[in-house]
Design a binder for this molecule. Structure first.
Ligand code: TYD
Length: 137
């Protein structure tokens, strides 16, 4: 069995502190190990909702809690790690082939996701057993 990937990594993003309000940013190459092909965001999440429940074959992502907080559970087929995101200057880098679930969204939370690929339903693995079989190949 090949060595499984690290489940995820918190990347500190630049923080420009200013009395007028703080500013953070993320750039291709400097902060992301991929070129951004797509951005999407998740918002107005009702309390108790679970999102995700899938893995991507190729897509790598960075998730940023722009507002509020939520937890991201990452599973590489061998172990699960929980990342609690609640600061807009930390990005969670999620390599491809991680089973990911997003839970515990606070009221008015806003999740920004930067992706290495354009949307493709064919890139999703939505069946957990298929994920385990693919991850352990
Ligand atoms: P999905 O990725 O399953 O949501 P989550 O992981 O947050 O639970 O996407 C939900 C729906 O939105 C699904 O029908 C596909 C569609 N979608 C797009 O059309 N484009 C996108 O970039 C994304 C992320 C989803």
């Amino acid at each position: 069995m090949e060595t499984l990937l690290k489940v995820g990594e918190i990347i500190p993003l630049p923080k420009i502190l200013d009395t007028r309000g703080n500013l953070s940013f993320a750039e291709n190459q400097s902060h992301l190990p991929f070129e951004i092909k797509r951005a999407y965001w998740i918002y107005d999440v009702p309390g108790g909702t679970e999102r995700g429940g899938h893995a991507y074959r190729e897509n790598t992502e960075m998730v940023i809690a722009l507002s509020g907080s939520f937890d991201v559970l990452l599973d590489n087929g061998e172990h699960i790690e929980k990342f609690s995101l609640n600061r807009s200057y930390y990005g969670l880098l999620i390599p491809k082939m991680m089973w990911r679930t997003m839970v515990n969204f606070s009221t008015n939370s806003l999740a920004l996701v930067l992706s290495s690929t354009e949307y493709s339903e064919g890139d999703y693995i939505r069946d957990y057993h298929e994920f385990l079989n693919t991850a352990r190949k």
